[in-house]
Design a protein around this ligand. Sequence first.
Ligand code: SAM
Ligand code: SF4
Length: 329
Amino acid sequence: MASLTDSFKRRFSYLRLSVTDACNFGCSYCLPGGYSRACSPAAPLLPAEIRNLVAAFAQLGVSKVRLTGGEPTLRRDILEIARTISETPGIRTVAITTNGYRLKELAEPLFAAGVTALNVSVDSLDPDVFMRITDARSTPLAKVLSGVDEALRMGFRPIKINVVLLRGMNDSELPSFIEWSRTKPVHIRFIELMRTAQNGDLFAQHHVSTGPLCERLIREGWISKPREMDDGPAREFIHPEFRGSIGIISPYAHGFCESCNRLRVTSRGDLRLCLFGEADEPLRPFLRDSSQRPELIERIRSALKEKPLSHLLNEGKYGNTENLSSIGG
Ligand code: SAM
Ligand code: SF4
């Protein structure tokens, strides 16, 4: 089997594919003010283009694809996209990251279309704070949580709950989030807020480091899991009395990028080598027909040689990432 490696011997088996920039939420740390169509005039990739794209990555050894956005469930053809990817030879896992607003109705058809792993963003368990952070006026927290229950019932595994830590907004809720994982097999992942072009003021006011949280978990009897070969960037903690687990994602920590195993493609078919990189490699011109695959593969391989060792967030540089809705986090 072919494999994709970069100049630093990192192996890439995981593709995050954004299928839309659009979002129906306006999370204060991600899309303050909400989505504007004017930001992104080009149409997103069509299912046939996605088929060609994923087939090429699978040929290069990618075995896991995550659908993300924007909000991926806003695409009317999300089930067709999921099915296309899950039927691609070589793809073993199809995952989705969603804000959960359509999860209750979509859990069953997504599972039937071959999606088995799920990340749901739930930034607060307090309905008012949830509204304040997400600006999701028509989607109450209760609806998102019933979607998570439906996904648990369907058998999605793992189910990860993404919580972006925000000082003075949700950082007092850590005990409630942790308690959720006592009886349910959910993996709660606390994510350190990342600076983007659009969230400077919020970052200055609400960024909180995840370091003290790791120390607190260890004090409370959580055990840090040894890292395995293809693990992502989260530091994982388990506890004998809890069915779920806790993950901590610390993008500002030293060595965070050393275990990078993921590549990203934007909804318009640009290969993004680093979430906070400067340059994209346009792949769309090579997605029209499967006969273009050799050229497409060559493009991906040669672009990968340019993948940087690390982002430069600690130097205050966040590349061309306006917000994470444009690439999927
Ligand atoms: N709309 C979907 C959702 O919210 O799950 C998928 C896209 S969203 C960009 C993917 C993840 O990125 C979410 O868990 C979100 O909380 C996270 N995210 C967005 N902006 C972020 C930021 N500035 N720092 C850290 N995480 C961020
Ligand atoms: Fe939308 Fe997800 Fe960004 Fe929130 S985090 S604005 S749900 S893309």
